[in-house]
Design a protein around this ligand. Sequence first.
Ligand code: 5AD
Ligand code: SF4
Length: 465
Amino acid sequence: MKPPRKLHIKSYGCQMNVYDAQRMADTLGGEGFIETARADDADLVVLNTCHIREKASEKVYSELGRLRLLKEQAAREGRNMRIAVAGCVAQAEGDEIIRRAPTVDIVVGPQSYHHLPQLLARAARREHAIETEFPADDKFAHLPPPKADAIRARGISAFVTVQEGCDKFCTFCVVPYTRGAEVSRPVADLVEEVSRLADHGVRELTLIGQNVNAYHGEGPDGTSWPLGKLLHRLAEIPGIARLRYSTSHPNDVDASLIEAHRDLPALMPLVHLPVQSGSDRILAAMNRRHSVRNYLDVIDRFRTARQGIAFSSDFIVGFPGEREEDFAATLALVAQIGYAAAYSFKYSPRPGTPAAELAEMVSASDMDQRLARLQDLIDHQQSAFNMAAIGTTVDVLFERAARNPGQVVGRTAYLQPAHVMASPDIVGSVLPVRIESLERYSLLGELALPAPRTEPKPSPISIGA
Ligand code: 5AD
Ligand code: SF4
């Protein structure tokens, strides 16, 4: 028997890349590859790249510089190392990547991962193998399901792509170009994939998509199902204790999603709902297609449906033409909503997007200063949100033994890490924890009830927040 070949995948960017990396590993597993954490002894290194901001995309080229040296060293030792660039930089730059970095053997866009075995065969014939088309065959129908041991190794919390692509065309964003038009996976396929994950120990599921709440997959009854209906169906799968989804656009929040938050205890009360800016003028220039008022109305609908619901968001500071009063409106919106967490970025012009043509750039010093002010406000809100947990008893889904001996770590409904002293037998269970203190971003507490016996399996799960 041939010895297994070694595969090293390095992912950048969003959760979808994490999921894609797993599916690539599953596909290449069928070709005799096993994963290694080290690039230097790998037979195939895949860089799974992100194009969302310039910094993310430039990282690829510095990494390729390092890999070139590893590849040369491997050749001196008589080994053949292949290098593949996958993800959104591959999609956006195509053969330009090989021109800038001739060490690369394979360039593969996100819609073509099921063709990796053929691309590898071409690379073995010393051809450059480039595939960045949006192929007619559906990758999800061709990617093999993960094996039981791979699911177990990945832990009790899993991502599943339910939707890909975006039709919104915000003027700053590359996603509609790199990931293409919105496509939703059929309900039956998702039920099958999730059942398999749950059978092998997955307890928490995050449904992902670039515009996940535009989901409109074909249901078993032949009609198009919205995200809320899909969530109801997946909540019925035995073993699934928690459901989440990301990332949503405010305009695609429909009645089914609001009802799901009202009716499904397993659906966690934390919604990632990016607004990008608190200024209507900037929202219009961004082509967000909603106003601040529309966004606040959506927040109200969630809050009415589910007590204790919390929000996170993304913000861009320094979009072309952003004046001090626009930025002040962003701060005011953040202050009004009170986020559990938020991510903020300096505007980065992306080639090919409409905003990259806009002339009225904000100066670097204004951008830096605005980013610092916004992050300061968000940090205060996040600390206040975390501090509010002290003295309360909250449900924690335990994920793994912590680095500190004797501790087990899990997450609250709001994704806050929580540590307790307990036996690692509780991994996979949702248990009430009395929160005693906060250390940086992590909560510390004690199990509120004695740890349950582990027999009989499956371990007990109390559903709900
Ligand atoms: N510049 C800065 N931030 C961006 N994002 C998307 N495109 C850009 C860009 N060109 C941010 C948005 C989005 C998040 C994933 O990345 O806030 O919600
Ligand atoms: Fe990009 Fe999100 Fe706008 Fe789509 S909705 S274009 S993914 S920022």
